[in-house]
Design a protein around this ligand. Structure first.
Ligand SMILES: Nc1ncnc2c1ncn2[C@@H]1O[C@H](COP(=O)(O)OP(=O)(O)OP(=O)(O)O)[C@@H](O)[C@H]1O
Ligand SMILES: [Mg+2]
Length: 356
């Protein structure tokens, strides 16, 4: 097991920075998810850590040892890094055991030791007894577990996953998520796990790194990303936060300030110690909005649509004063809102993103 440190890592392709000035630490035994829109540099980052790409500037250390810098690169096979890709890349003509043991065979590990290591790796991924099967006779999830066993057999100090569940259906994804979580708990391996899927990242990771155009936008625990997004990109990317323009009225107490949003005064959360001023944005969630009484503080809105979602309805609306904003909240059964009607809405809370 080993931690991973990136210091000011940049990777340019013909002058285009696919990864730009990224610095972060992954602790020994930590599960870090890397999340971000397509093309933001996730795979490039992983290839840099694995040693398949040379960095343009900066430094990468694994377990305290410098493996990539402008002055030298440890080759991939000497980094003790295991990788699991989206397409499992198993050899179809080999059995499961042969696939898993291939690297040991190449390394001339003798047969008895090889067989023991293969059996151990298959047991770790819950595939005991599957050694004689061919990949074609396995389910997608089982194939992905063979790919994991193949990476584990070499006793990596760090395991990198690049969207390992992207090819699987929803049910299989959920059960593989459980397996990955159990695997991490059992082995304590340091993991860097790339995904598009934020529910997957939230379910699995100790911390999540959000990337945006090659840069690190925020690295934090899942709950903090959700509750306290660092900027507008993270706010709208994570669980589709609702961004609203706000004017800061006064600091209420540490970690709270009073703002005006959609003509309503509301106390929102902000960074402790921060004394925001002027124009800002707040990030709120559907759960921060509720229907208010006619004389209560709030704002008037036009109901656009009520979508029944089993036990609750998603009420989509726009503030009368800001018809360009599409907002929504959830109303438990029974729903009393109809499209075309006007209603009073109330913002209960939110998170202040930036003050001038
Ligand atoms: N070998 C290369 N040569 C030139 N440009 C590259 C190369 N590899 C990646 N890029 C560019 O770098 C950017 C980041 O690519 P990367 O594959 O890291 O994105 P990603 O976040 O993994 O995207 P996705 O979620 O779609 O897999 C993209 O604009 C891509 O076109
Ligand atoms: Mg990718």
């Amino acid at each position: 097991m080993a931690g991973l440190t990136l210091s000011n890592v940049t990777k340019s392709f013909d002058g285009f920075d696919a990864v730009k000035d990224m610095s972060f630490d992954v602790k020994d035994g930590e599960f870090l998810a890397v999340l971000g829109p397509s093309g933001c540099g996730k795979t490039t980052l992983l290839r840099l850590v694995a040693g398949f790409e040379r960095l343009t500037s900066g430094e990468i250390r694994i377990g305290g040892q410098t493996v990539s810098s402008t002055s030298g690169n440890v080759p991939p096979e000497r980094r003790r890094v295991g990788i699991v890709f989206q397409n499992y890349a198993l050899w179809p003509h080999m059995t499961v055991a042969e696939n898993v043991g291939y690297s040991l065979k190449v390394a001339k590990v003798e047969k008895a030791a090889r067989e023991r290591k293969i059996a151990d790796a298959l047991a770790l991924v819950n595939l005991k007894g599957f050694g004689d099967r061919r990949p074609a006779n396995l389910s997608g999830g089982q194939r992905q577990r063979v790919a994991l066993a193949r990476c584990l057999v070499a006793a990596p100090s760090l395991v990198l996953f690049d969207e390992p569940l992207a090819n699987l259906d929803v049910h299989l994804r959920a059960s593989m998520e459980d397996e990955f979580a159990a695997f991490h708990k059992r082995t304590g391996t340091t993991i860097v796990y790339i995904t598009h899927d934020q529910a997957e990242a939230m379910a699995l990771a100790d911390r999540i790194a959000v990337m945006d155009h090659g840069r690190l936008a925020q690295l934090a625990a899942p709950r903090q990303l959700y509750m306290e997004p660092a900027n507008e990109m993270v706010a709208s990317f994570i669980s589709q936060g609702i961004l609203l323009p706000a004017r800061v009225l006064s600091a209420a107490e540490s970690g709270r300030c009073r703002v005006e949003v959609l003509g309503q005064e509301v106390v929102v959360r902000c960074r402790p110690g921060e004394r925001p001023r002027g124009n800002a944005k707040i990030c709120c969630r559907a759960s921060d909005i509720e229907a208010g009484g006619p004389s209560e503080p709030g704002f008037d809105a036009l109901i656009k649509r009520a979508v029944y979602q089993g036990g609750k309805a998603r009420i989509e609306f726009s503030p009368l004063a800001n018809p360009e904003l599409d907002l929504h909240f959830e109303q438990p059964d029974p729903n009393s809102f109809e499209s075309g009607a006007e209603a009073r809405m109330r913002l209960k809370s939110g998170w202040l993103i930036s003050g001038e």
